[in-house]
Ligand binder design. Structure first.
Ligand code: PHE
Length: 342
């Protein structure tokens, strides 16, 4: 076979393989196979030495042209494949800028916790320290040490969740008073927020658990006047305006005298409205001078020290602030409700 024929045949072979190639890898293999050091083009080059000196330049040119053509065809296909593969990848990764964005929801503080935090903040500003007490406690801390007589109705099974004869779920945050007195000596200025439990029928107005905040102050010469002044100051700060307070005598076993504290209705300024049930006043907390028996239980000498305490629910001021009609909504974890409190 003459060299020209060999070249022609090789070219045909090459074009046939090129025709069958589909992927980038195929074209790469063809390039290596035909143009590699041990490939057929190189083999033809080696055969040049068999050509006569007259023919050699022409043959050399033919082989070289073939090589140039092969390289050009391979490279052209390789870059075409590269572009196609990139196009494919880009179309797979394509984003649709017309899609609506995904909304990110912000967590929010529960409205009851918001009230609690604000209350604590005010009291800390007045020199009180936060102290937490146990939700699960004994009859002693919840009742007995707080001067409840053994037959006091609050101890009744109907109000209190008992676990057994001794253990119960605290019915108020006043249990923190005794725990604190046992551990620290006066002067004491304590605020104790937390969850409390009572065995009541669940309705729009009451629940089996709720939140209270207890605050108390024990030192030498703490007087009734201090309690009044503290109430005025505290409730004004919490309700955001100078409030009018009213004190009514009331009974709690652990205080003497005991009081019920009202503030003049912030919605109608005492004229009477739905919020204050036409009375012009809002009941906000129980308070009083700590009973000497309670101080004694806490190893504090009532001859030397005196103190006052008050206890307030957290749900009620929250309800008043936001005009919430059903206390159960607080604990249903319904985002339609909860997301309304920024
Ligand atoms: N512990 C009382 C209650 O739950 C509130 C209170 C606290 C009253 C402190 C007086 C003094 O109703």
């Amino acid at each position: 076979m003459s060299l020209s024929e060999k070249i022609k045949q090789l070219r045909q072979e090459f074009l046939a393989e090129l025709n069958d190639a589909v992927s980038f890898k195929d074209f790469e293999n063809i390039k290596v196979k035909f143009l590699g050091k041990k490939g057929p083009v190189q083999a033809l080059m080696l055969e040049l030495k068999n050509s006569s000196p007259e023919e050699r330049p022409a043959h050399g040119k033919q082989i070289n042209d073939l090589k140039v053509e092969f390289i050009a065809l391979c490279d052209e296909n390789l870059s075409r494949m590269k572009l196609r593969e990139m196009d494919e990848r880009l179309s797979q990764e394509a984003i649709d800028p017309t899609l609506p964005g995904r909304r990110h929801y912000l967590g929010r503080m529960h409205p009851v916790m918001q009230t609690m935090d604000r209350t604590i903040e005010i009291l800390m500003g007045m020199g009180f320290s936060v102290r937490l007490g146990p939700e699960l406690d004994t009859d002693y801390y919840n009742f007995e040490a707080l001067n409840f007589a053994p037959d006091h109705p609050a101890r009744d099974m109907q109000d209190t969740f008992y676990l057994n004869n001794e253990w119960l779920l605290r019915t108020h945050t006043s249990n923190v008073q005794i725990h604190t007195m046992e551990e620290f000596s006066p002067p004491l200025r304590i605020v104790a927020p937390g969850r409390t439990f009572r065995n009541e029928t669940i309705s729009a107005r009451s629940h089996v658990f709720f939140h209270q905040l207890e605050a108390f102050y024990i030192d030498r010469n703490v007087s009734f006047a201090d309690l009044f002044a503290t109430m005025d100051e505290f409730w004004s700060k919490l309700l955001g305006e100078k409030v009018v307070t009213r004190f009514r005598p009331s009974y709690f076993p652990f205080v003497e005298p005991g009081l019920e504290v009202d503030v003049r209705c912030t919605a109608c300024r005492g004229k009477g409205c739905r919020l204050c049930k036409q009375s012009g006043w809002l009941e906000v907390c129980g308070a009083g001078m700590i009973h000497p028996n309670v101080l004694k239980k806490g190893n504090i000498d009532p001859e030397q020290y005196s103190g006052f305490a008050w206890g307030m629910g957290i749900e009620r001021p929250t309800i008043l602030q936001h005009d919430i009609r059903d206390i159960r909504m607080f604990w249903q974890n319904d985002l339609r409700f909860l997301s309304q409190f920024p």
